[in-house]
Design a protein around this ligand. Structure first.
Ligand SMILES: [Zn+2]
Length: 118
């Protein structure tokens, strides 16, 4: 594989790794998705993150296999936000069920009071 220090040439700009799979950007911060995954400070499996954030599956023979720094950051942010909301949603549902067992009336004021007490 050629070093990224080499100047870009017309053939390289057509390589799947030179194009962001998510926004089609060709800016200079594009890296291959597999390069992100091999970084020690990003142990998360980026392809799974992309799928979780966007619903898009990257195929082995995809026309674009790069990811720009902007989209990479966005994917991580979206996944973290989504997971946080889902965790809170689960806690809310559990609390509501717990609350309804103790109080048969579905009273929102009481439920909010109950949440504040937790
Ligand atoms: Zn992008």
């Amino acid at each position: 594989m050629e070093s990224s220090a080499n100047p870009p040439n017309p053939d390289q700009t057509k390589a799947p790794e030179s194009l962001c799979r998510l926004c089609l950007s060709r800016d200079c911060h594009i890296k291959s998705i597999s390069d992100y995954e091999s970084q020690k400070n990003r142990p998360e499996e980026l392809q799974k993150f992309i799928e979780e954030a966007t619903g898009i599956q990257i195929e082995q023979n995809d026309l674009a296999k790069g990811l720009c720094a902007s989209c990479a950051g966005m994917v991580v942010t979206v996944v973290k936000f989504r997971r946080k909301c889902q965790k809170i949603n689960m806690e809310m549902r559990n609390l509501r069920e717990e609350f309804l067992k103790e109080s048969p009336a579905d009273d929102m004021e009481l439920l909010l009071y109950y949440l504040r007490m937790k």
